[in-house]
Design a binder for this molecule. Structure first.
Ligand code: ZN
Length: 303
């Protein structure tokens, strides 16, 4: 059996998943300690140990914020701040004899949807994009997640959005990453609200989509603009990896209105104008983190 852990700022959630289907057979959830790494490690090991008592475990996969520095093996960029600089994976590997692997939430989305979700019929590849508070991506090619030399594989939220001369609503927007006009500033849920507020009184994404459903002209124009931006982002990736399926997750992915609009515009930004890549809503919802983490160590194996 596979253990998958989804670690966030508020909770550490663990599941046992059968390697033969997508069903989580046991679940356990504990609060993420606010204090220090030693307490954190105790909680994580506590979740693993409790789950291990329920079944024989073949591997442990971790979905977590931040990444592992390739040179030092230590955590970096985690928003659980005391994790940064710690040899988290090394400490787990020292405690358990089964394979231990770690990746981020967007990669977990891609893995879980490829293995048993909206892209499960794909033989080789899929692209998963989170359009929520931020924008992240995960790429599966040849049945395995593309992590890359620096752990940046799939980080499409921080490519610059292709712009047109006609789009000059104020100065370029600087992202927290230091770059300008990152895709995330336009196609995340936060970006959707930000670009609306450049022209209108601020509203939440839900309010704008509700106005869209009512036929409000400003909202219609904005949702069309947003869908065009997302098609540019996806079209760029199609021209590089041409995945079998594109899966969208995160808050904005729940808005059904965007799917036909993005699908119609995708061909505007691909080399071939006959691209018909399916663009689908993620199926696993909040479970994608634990499921993707559980599958991570066995990605290349048939499930
Ligand atoms: Zn950025």
């Amino acid at each position: 059996m596979l253990i998958g852990l989804d670690i966030g700022g508020t909770k550490v959630e663990g599941v046992i998943v059968s390697p033969h289907n997508a069903q989580a057979v046991e679940r356990l959830r504990m609060e993420t300690p606010k204090t220090n790494y030693a307490d954190f490690l105790l909680v994580v090991k506590g979740v693993i140990d409790t789950l291990s008592e329920k079944a024989e475990i073949d591997s442990i996969g971790i979905g977590c914020c931040g990444s592992v520095n390739r040179v030092t093996g230590k955590m970096q960029g985690a928003n659980i701040l005391y994790l940064n600089g710690e040899d988290f994976i090394g400490d787990l590997r020292a405690s358990y004899s089964v394979p231990v692997a770690i990746t981020n939430d967007a990669n977990c989305l891609a893995i879980s949807e490829f293995k048993s979700g909206a892209a499960k019929e794909a033989q080789d590849s899929c692209l998963a994009v989170i359009i929520g508070t931020g924008c992240g991506g995960g790429v599966v090619i040849h049945g395995d997640i593309v992590d890359g030399q620096h752990g940046l594989g799939g980080e499409i939220g921080h490519n610059p959005l292709p712009h047109f001369d006609s789009e000059k609503d104020g100065p370029a927007v600087q992202c927290y990453c230091g770059s300008y006009n990152c895709n995330e500033s336009f196609v995340s849920g936060t970006g959707f609200e930000r670009t609306w507020a450049l022209k209108h009184a601020p509203l939440s994404a839900k309010e704008i989509f509700a106005a869209y459903a009512q036929g409000d002209q400003s909202a219609v124009a904005h949702v069309e603009y947003y869908s065009d931006c997302l098609a540019r982002v996806l079209g760029n990736i199609v021209n590089i990896i041409d995945p079998e399926v594109i899966v969208l997750g995160g808050g904005v992915s729940n808005q059904d209105a965007i799917y036909p609009l993005v699908a119609e515009r995708l061909n505007h930004y691909t080399f071939s104008k006959n691209v018909n890549t399916p663009i689908r809503k993620a199926e696993h919802g909040d479970s994608s983190g634990v499921l993707g983490a559980a599958y991570l160590p066995v990605m290349k194996e048939l499930i």
